[in-house]
Design a protein around this ligand. Structure first.
Ligand code: 9D3
Length: 253
């Protein structure tokens, strides 16, 4: 995966050197290259922003240096890249989006600052516009890093443990089951017996039931989207029945 990032703050992308993305870079499964529009300015003050025509608050990133940076990135890309503008106006970036973008192999991610970028850059250079959620960031860099992180985890060979990938696919679209590690007893709170039983079928069944139950409790919106098999429905009904007993047992009504 090749990612060219257009940013006024290339140092921010150093965060990708850590953890799974860091490993992917070392293994050359991921290549992140930054271009700073400031390096493509012509004036002596290296101006990258200016006031909006028509007036109003804030500054707008200027087209000439932005487009020169994009042109430089295009020249370095190993294949014709998809140019993505990270913006609050974009479509909502989801796991499915990452799967599709992974197939593109070469992306240019345009991170804006200030109030945004000159509209002509969008109409002339941008293929797709993505947002990472309905909240206000200070700029596109964190959004670009979020996208790169999510996409990188989908590159074969990056998320080391093949077992956890298989497990994840079995419970896809669900929240994670509860996890425990040593000690067996922490301040009187014990690890569920089934996890100590060594009965792998019983453990798998318990985990799927917990994953279904937690999703029902905490993210019913996810469950509504997921078609359930008969076994999954049965496990969920068991969980709901047990949950109802627990609710009755407490004195909160
Ligand atoms: C308060 C400023 N807003 C005035 C109506 C507009 C605005 C401009 C620039 C809001 C945020 C930003 C900077 N945000 C991004 O560059 C951004 C972003 C985001 O803020 N939320 C979710 N996804 C993204 S992707 C890029």
């Amino acid at each position: 995966m090749w990612c060219g990032v257009i940013t006024l703050f290339p140092e921010m992308l150093a965060a990708l050197q850590y953890g799974i993305t860091g490993k992917a870079i070392k293994k050359q499964l991921l290549n992140v290259v930054c271009w700073n529009p400031r390096d493509f300015t012509q004036d002596k003050h290296n101006t990258v922003d200016d006031n909006p025509y028509g007036g109003g608050a804030g500054m707008v990133m200027m087209a000439p240096s932005l487009c020169a940076a994009i042109a430089a990135a295009r020249q370095t890309a190993p294949q014709p890249p998809t140019v993505i503008y990270l913006s609050p106006q974009g479509k909502s970036f989801q796991q499915k989006t990452a799967e599709i973008l992974l197939e593109k192999k070469a992306l240019i991610l345009l991170a804006g600052r200030y109030e945004g970028i000159d509209e002509r850059v969008i109409s002339q250079q941008v293929d797709e516009e993505w947002s990472i959620g309905d909240y206000v960031l200070s700029g596109g860099e964190l959004a670009a890093m979020v996208m790169i992180d999510v996409i990188t985890r989908l590159i074969p060979g990056t998320v080391g443990d093949e077992d956890s990938i298989t497990q994840e696919s079995l419970t896809s679209g669900l929240l994670k089951y509860p996890q425990y590690t040593r000690p067996e007893d922490f301040q009187g709170a014990r690890v569920p017996d089934v996890l100590l039983s060594g009965n792998h079928a019983a453990i798998a069944r318990w985990r799927l039931k917990q994953a279904l139950g937690r999703t029902w409790l905490k993210r019913p919106d996810l469950l509504a989207k997921k078609p359930l098999s008969n076994q999954e429905l049965e496990l969920l009904m068991e969980f709901v029945a047990e949950q109802t007993e627990i609710d009755r047992g407490t004195d909160n009504e």
